[in-house]
Design a protein around this ligand. Sequence first.
Ligand code: ZN
Length: 257
Amino acid sequence: MTPQSPLIPRPVAEPEPVPEPAESGGPMPYVLMYHSVDFYDADPHLVTVSPPRFERQLRWLAARGLRGVAVRELLAARRTGSARGLVGLTFDDGYADFATRVLPALVRFGFTATVFAVSDRLGGDNAWDTGPRKKLLTPAQLRVAHDHGMEVASHGRRHVSSTGLADADLADELTASRAALADVVGAPVTGFAYPYGHVGEREADAVRAAGYDYACAIRPRAASRHALPRTYVGERDGRLRLHAKLRRHELRWRGRV
Ligand SMILES: [Zn+2]
């Protein structure tokens, strides 16, 4: 038997996989997870990517014929079988640099993204975090993002772990944040991202019951439309690592990007 590397290129004649909606299991869409894009002195939790690095990462996607899109757009494209070449871009916590750094770069590339905002903290800072304080988007900045075609979605009211909440508190985090953000942008909010990526079956069920169309996790034990896996991207991710991460996703989730 010939030893086979999983990295050997596929045969060119491989049939196109039929895109399936990610209701449970099955091929998962490729979704990247960012938090903040800015210059920084200290970044102990590795949540910040410098603007030049971010620019190079977007250029890498574009050079491969890939387009960064909001998760809502990505899932809609999968439903119609037109998701080839689309990569979900997500930004957790709703940092103010989404408006000042991320948005201008995305617009230049013709990309969109999903920003997951913390509804009770708009205009405040990441007080839940032990790292450096970072300003969060104001309602006006969120509206600007929405007006530029970005998807505004929910990261809860207060950035608390969903798995640590009683049922009623979890339901409140989900429904109140969704209503508040919809009110800010004047449009429906259909996506959720679990703070800290914490999700189990109960949380995914609660998110579905609260009317969200999808939810993003990080490395869920049971991947589904309401617990989508995401790939972390950080300052260290140059083109070799970006390539390796893309290939790892394709192998792990049997989904050709
Ligand atoms: Zn977060």
